[in-house]
Design a protein around this ligand. Structure first.
Ligand code: M6R
Length: 618
């Protein structure tokens, strides 16, 4: 859950490392640091806090040299402070390392090295790696890293330098991502592609168990047995501008507004001559035809998309679907076998729990299909088949565009799969006719929110005042039914993540079984009351809340009577569509509401506290 980078070439390493770290900060921002080799010495600059704090330090105290490593941290072992910040060095300051992951046997290694006289200064598991590589070093950094990593248990991606080997960086990975960037006379190692994209589009995905040795202007990749691996670089097609704010105040807002374009591109790519196509799927149709059940596994927002997938697949393809949070899946000895299709959903493709669930499912003989956003990510590569959402880089920690892209892909996959299963025939055409309206409907929905003064921003400002006037006692409840119930969970998650306000999502029918006890004049209750078979029932829920003094924000379909009902405090309309096509639309006002509320509180929307974009630890 940290970001690491290494560079060697002709440029000023400090600048390349800091630029790269700015693109990796989504992975963690508790502290940041760099180490650069200069005239046989390793210069270390590291600071608690966001990258800007390190940049300030570097402006007074620059690090000179053309080979170095960098790190942006999301703390696991050891509090966020200057000492625990990476890079870490060995006792002799010969070696510096950056690490992403968790070393499980760090206590044992530490004890052994302390007995040999190594002095530990930090509370991190990562510092062990610096001392261990030093202990294994006998004049060749690659050999030392090879020996050291063979003793490590846990997950890691590391980059290592030695003060007497300028121009050399060595990287290794096990269960944490690492890519090598190949430039003109320069090389990069990084946790993710945006960190190197400004300099090169040619990357090599480092595989589990591999070690990369970059020296003398060349790169060598060694497999786990020490054999040299030959691999052509992959050319990255997307642009760094896709990972920039483009005039929006925050990445989150930019990403919300990208949603219509993503679905438009998805349609262009996936629907040809009226047929849904998944060219990279790689699981033969005959194997999909014999599937008897589906198990969806994911975390956080991706899990909510999976819950919507269950409604879709069961309704249209008539195959039973279970949905699990990946962190729970493998501990309950799940009933998956060769007749099960396991769909793992992950924006980053690196989430440790989801990856572990994928491996467990494969071990049990199930076919695994990954729905991923990041190309070449670990989950995408380890699954039997993959469908990419192609939503472009998602930088804001709070996921928005990846969520709607996941739902939309599940929509398309449902009809594709139902076609194979023979549960739809001509209906596919009707589905596509309606689905094609989605980008236009998203444009229409987002239209009023292009200006900073809009209805939802106004509601957020009123909530902020209300909250302060009640000594911070207010909270949020999100209620919905049927296919939009997962959106209630997602709306609550978005608000919690970036506003730190207590929020819960419930199926509205559950209100009377407990949560209604929370209703007085304090909570604000977001009710999804769009055009649906349960519309009347949602109206009753709204009346129950109103009768108890609760404040209601209703999300309704355009033209709904609730828009004129004066007893409703606030109402937001979305285009009127059949219920099954509504989840992607309902998600948008929930995302915007969370965004504007967080803005009122003045929080760092793109980098909420305690969170990181990619959760590569369990
Ligand atoms: O990269 P993934 O989709 O696997 O990530 C899963 C969750 O960590 C992620 O959705 C998280 O809940 C987001 N911060 C939600 O906004």
């Amino acid at each position: 859950m940290c970001g690491i980078i290494g560079y060697t070439g002709r440029r000023n390493a400090e600048q390349v490392l800091v630029k790269g770290l700015s693109r990796l900060e989504y992975r963690g921002y508790d502290s940041a640091g760099i180490a650069v080799i200069n005239k046989g010495d390793i210069q270390i600059r590291k600071k608690q806090g966001k990258l800007s704090v390190l940049m300030d330090e570097l402006s007074h105290n620059p690090a000179k040299g053309t080979t170095g490593i960098g790190h942006t941290r999301w703390a696991t072992h050891g509090v966020p402070n200057d000492v625990n910040a990476h890079p870490h060095v060995d006792s002799g300051r010969n070696i510096a390392i950056v690490h992403n992951g968790i070393i499980e046997n760090y206590k044992e290694i530490r004890k052994r090295l302390q007995a040999k006289g190594y002095e530990f200064v930090s509370g991190t598991d990562s510092e062990n790696i610096a001392h261990l590589v030093s202990d294994c070093y006998a004049g060749d950094l690659y050999k030392a890293v090879k020996k050291a990593v063979s003793m490590l248990k846990g997950s890691f991606a590391i980059v290592v330098i030695h003060r007497e080997e300028p121009g050399r960086i060595v990287g290794a990975r096990k269960d944490s991502p690492l890519v090598a960037g190949l430039g003109d006379g320069e090389y990069f190692l990084a946790s993710d592609i945006p960190a190197v994209l400004e300099y090169t589009r040619d990357v090599i995905y480092v595989e589990n168990g591999e070690i990369v040795d970059i020296k003398d202007g060349g790169i060598t990749i060694y497999g786990s047995g020490g054999k040299i691996e030959r691999r052509d670089p992959t050319a990255i097609k997307w642009d760094i501008s896709q990972a920039e704010k483009k005039g929006y105040k925050h990445f989150m807002l930019k990403e919300i507004f990208e949603q219509p374009g993503i679905i438009r591109n998805m349609l262009a790519e996936r629907v040809r001559k009226g047929k849904i196509k998944f060219e990279e799927l790689a699981i033969p149709e005959k194997d999909l035809k014999r599937i008897k059940r589906i198990s969806v596994v994911a975390c956080g927002t991706a899990y909510h998309a999976g819950l919507i997938g269950k409604y879709l697949i069961e309704k249209i393809a008539r195959v039973p679907v279970w949905v699990d949070q990946a962190s729970e899946f493998r501990y309950r000895d799940p009933l998956v076998d060769k007749d099960t299709l396991v769909i793992v959903i992950s924006q980053s493709g690196e989430t440790a729990d989801t990856l572990a669930a994928l491996r467990e499912a494969k071990r049990k003989g199930a076919a695994v299909l990954a729905v991923c956003n990041v190309l070449g990510s670990s989950i995408a590569r380890e699954a039997d088949g993959v469908i990419y959402t192609h939503a472009g880089p998602e930088i804001a920690v709070a996921s928005t565009k990846a969520y709607t892209a996941q739902i939309a892909i599940l929509h398309l996959f449902t009809y594709f799969f139902a076609g194979i299963k023979g549960t739809v025939g001509k209906e596919e055409k009707g589905f596509l006719r309606e689905f094609r309206k989605l980008p236009g409907n998203l444009d229409k929905l987002l239209g009023p929110y292009h200006s900073a003064k809009n209805r939802l921003a106004g509601y957020a400002a009123e909530f902020h005042e209300y909250y302060l006037a009640r000594n911070n006692k207010s909270c949020f409840l999100y209620l919905a039914r049927n296919i939009n119930y997962p959106n209630a969970l997602e709306g609550a998650l978005k608000l919690k993540e970036i506003s730190y306000i207590s929020a819960e999502g419930y199926p509205a029918g559950e209100m009377k079984h407990g949560p209604i006890a929370l209703i007085d004049e304090n909570p604000w209750v977001v009710c999804v009351a769009t055009n649906a078979q349960t519309h009347e029932k949602m109206l009753s829920n709204i009346q129950e809340i109103k009768a108890r003094g609760g404040i209601v924000i209703a999300i309704v379909s355009e033209g709904d009577d609730l828009l004129r009902d004066e007893s409703i405090n606030y109402a937001i309309e979305i285009p009127r569509v059949p219920e099954i096509f509504s989840p992607e639309l309902v998600a948008v006002p929930l995302q915007l509401l969370a965004y504007y509320v967080a803005g009122e509180f003045g929080y760092d929307i793109d980098k909420p506290r305690n969170l990181a974009k990619s959760v590569t630890v369990e």
